[in-house]
Design a protein around this ligand. Structure first.
Ligand code: HEM
Ligand code: HEM
Length: 137
């Protein structure tokens, strides 16, 4: 296989990793609210790795737009539903970071917003991957 065939696949692979990371850290966050023996460990895991999931989504966003601009003459930059939903995921995740329960002093209203927006992000991340399948070379 040539570099021209393989390079456009780098973004989908990193993107798939990012989607899995969002889903996994989100799940651990949700699990931390259940009365389970591992709730505290789940919360610590979530607090530690959620920023990494945000980093992967940010890198995937940059990789995706670069990939379209530099490698995919058949696609227009910022011209897909995948772009719209992926950008929404990134924006909401930055919001989750800025308004994390830690930063808002665990105010009940802010925590409820964090959880609802986080759940929305998990669903939107799956939609991002589904729409990405339609762009594969
Ligand atoms: C959260 C993870 C992801 C983010 C933030 C993301 C972001 C983006 C962005 C911003 C673009 C440019 C779109 C445009 O200009 O219209 C793009 C392109 C693309 N994305 Fe994603 N994406 C993610 C996950 C995925 C996944 C899981 C797949 C595969 C199933 C995928 C497949 C593609 C493909 C095929 C392209 C065209 C560029 C290329 O062939 O490399 N993406 N992505
Ligand atoms: C991916 C979707 C996400 C979901 C579903 C989610 C969900 C949750 C849940 C359920 C909690 C526990 C709230 C409580 O009962 O006090 C929580 C706490 C927290 N989340 Fe998220 N979250 C997400 C993304 C993020 C992101 C992107 C960040 C930061 C980059 C983040 C940072 C935090 C922090 C710092 C806490 C407080 C942990 C503690 O109390 O020690 N979360 N999240």
């Amino acid at each position: 296989m040539s570099a021209g065939t393989l390079l456009p696949l780098l973004h989908p692979l990193l993107g798939a990793l990012a989607v899995c990371a969002v889903f996994f850290v989100g799940l651990r966050g949700l699990r931390s609210r259940r009365p389970r023996p591992d709730a505290a460990a789940s919360r610590a895991f979530h607090r530690r790795y959620a920023p990494a999931a945000l980093g992967l989504v940010g890198l995937s966003w940059l990789g995706g737009i670069s990939s379209v601009a530099l490698l995919r003459e058949d696609l227009d930059p910022a011209g897909s539903w995948h772009f719209v939903v992926a950008s929404t995921v990134l924006t909401v995740m930055v919001g989750l970071w800025l308004r994390s329960p830690e930063r808002t002093g665990h105010a009940p209203r802010a925590v409820a917003q964090h959880v609802a927006a986080g759940f929305f992000t998990m669903l939107a991340a799956i939609l991002t991957a589904t729409l990405g399948l339609g762009l594969l070379p």
